[in-house]
Design a protein around this ligand. Structure first.
Ligand code: ZN
Length: 490
């Protein structure tokens, strides 16, 4: 709204007629909590239309009864742009708030508003409303604010929707893969027979398989596919929803790759156990650009306007009026068939594919986060240092020193022979610490000694205070002796 233009319009003035009404309407004791007095009319409105604006002067009973001629507020409405603004004469400031949120004396609660029949008609004509009452001004403002909010939201959601357009479709064998590989709980359903059922339906392999002396809810193994199962009688069992499990799908997209997290369950309808169905719901999408910078989205309720993809992270999700913390598991299986192709390009230098192959359930996002911090992780995994890799994925900060380039042994600050020992011992970070110490001091410690120290939670830095006087073997012997003495004295 152009304030300069508005200032050129003279607001409607208080009339002698209104003054007569106000004079007669003296304050009475208020029935309302918090207010000390009431008028029949707490405020008086005068309205005019000029230069396409509706101009509303608002006078307060208390001031006009004392002889004031000027309005407390002047509201300007511009229906061409669907906007409004209010001038506060006391402070000389422009207020963007709705009438409802402006400052009012307490007697406004419980007092009415005077507006003449002529002015009501003007309001009706201008706003295309029915009565022209004060309430309609308030309602109009509320509607304008809602429209403005929706427009603001749309600006955001349009951008998000554009990002979502690059998400590829689900693979054709997606549900089948989930049933076979992600769902960990399976069943064999059998019909009760005198003398014991001899065959049943396995939800994992989808076949009728021979069984022996099934016990209801008892566990067993499918003789055909080798899956661990529980026996269920067709007649006794109710419908079953398996626990929520996580499944990941990694795909190529316009900017790089997208990592998609799904919550999945198997549903077995009562009486229809031979047709297991897969229920899945996508809860997270993380886009990675060619530098593997994350752009995360989650599926949730946006501003109470329904569920959709929203930029950012969210741990809590809202359903109806209730918030709950999403308990979706984040360690899950990764769909393997998109990986060989991605490995040729996007994933080539990450080691992610090798990490997926070496772990039954995992969190690929955590892996990529750790790898970005310590790129040497790729070499560690490809060298078969499984335990060390696992520890570093969880706590990449452990490798605090600046990453150098070159061969793995050098980057880990050991030599080739020690790297070999590290692999043979399937050592983690603590073994690495001891091997680094060996190299630093140019000594060689037996593997058993290293294992003993680690088993007792002792690292080289813990012994620095005494090591200048005792060798590591002497320290160990001393500690063992101390411990024995301690035990004997108990
Ligand atoms: Zn089976």
């Amino acid at each position: 709204m152009k304030k300069k233009e508005l200032m050129k319009i003279d607001p409607p003035e208080f009339t002698p007629y209104l003054k007569r009404i106000a004079k007669k309407d003296g304050p009475v004791k208020s029935q309302y909590w918090g207010a000390d007095k009431n008028y029949k009319y707490g405020k008086y409105l005068r309205v005019k239309e000029e230069k396409g604006y509706l101009v509303v002067s608002v006078f307060l009973a208390q001031f006009v009864r004392a002889g004031a001629k000027h309005p407390v507020y002047v509201l300007y409405i511009d229906k061409r742009t669907n906007d409004f603004i209010t001038f506060e004469t006391d402070t000389g400031k422009w207020r963007k708030s709705m009438l409802y949120n402006l400052d009012w004396p307490r007697y406004m609660y419980g007092s009415g508003t005077y507006i003449s029949r002529r002015d009501k008609k003007l309001v009706c004509r201008y706003l295309e409303t029915e009565t022209g009452e004060y309430k309609e001004l308030e309602r109009y403002q509320l509607r304008v604010r809602e429209q403005q909010l929706t427009a603001r939201h749309k600006k955001k959601t349009d951008v998000w929707d554009e990002v979502m357009k690059q998400v590829p479709g689900i693979p054709k064998d997606w549900e089948r893969w989930i049933l076979k590989n992600v769902i960990s709980k399976h069943y064999i359903f059998y019909k009760y027979k005198r003398g014991g059922a001899t065959e049943g339906y396995c939800t994992h392999c989808g076949r009728i398989v021979p069984i022996k002396e099934p016990k209801y809810n008892g566990s067993g193994i499918c003789s055909r596919c080798g899956q661990e199962i529980n026996f269920k009688s067709v007649d006794k069992s109710k419908s079953i929803w398996t626990e929520t499990e996580a499944a990941y799908l990694i795909q190529r997209c316009r900017k790089g790759i997208i990592l998609r997290l799904f919550e999945v369950r198997m549903v077995l309808g009562k009486g229809d156990f031979y047709n297991p169905e897969i229920w899945y719901s996508e809860v997270k999408r993380i886009f990675y650009d060619d530098q593997f910078r994350e752009d995360p989205y989650y599926y949730g309720d946006f501003k109470n306007k329904g569920t959709r993809w929203i930029a950012g992270e969210s741990d809590s999700r809202r359903v109806g009026f209730y918030y709950y913390y999403s308990c979706s598991p984040i360690y899950g299986k990764v769909y393997p068939r998109t990986l060989p192709d991605l490995e040729k390009k996007e994933l080539m230098r990450t080691g992610l594919r090798q990490w997926i192959q070496g772990n039954t359930i995992l969190n690929p996002r955590k892996y990529l986060g750790a790898w970005r911090k310590i790129p040497v992780l790729e070499q560690i995994i490809k060298a078969g240092l499984t335990r060390l890799a696992g520890e570093l994925v969880e706590n990449p900060e452990k490798l605090v020193w600046k990453d150098s380039t070159g061969e793995l042994a050098k980057r880990l600050r050991i030599d080739k022979a020690k790297l070999k020992r590290l692999r043979k011992m399937d050592g983690g970070f603590h073994v690495l610490c001891w091997l680094q110490q060996e190299k630093k001091e140019d000594i060689c410690l037996p593997d058993e000694l290293i294992v003993w120290f680690i088993g007792n939670d002792i690292l080289p830095k813990d012994l620095a205070f005494i090591h200048d006087r005792m060798s590591y073997v002497q320290i160990k012997n001393y500690l063992v002796r101390q411990n024995n003495n301690f035990s004997e004295s108990q």
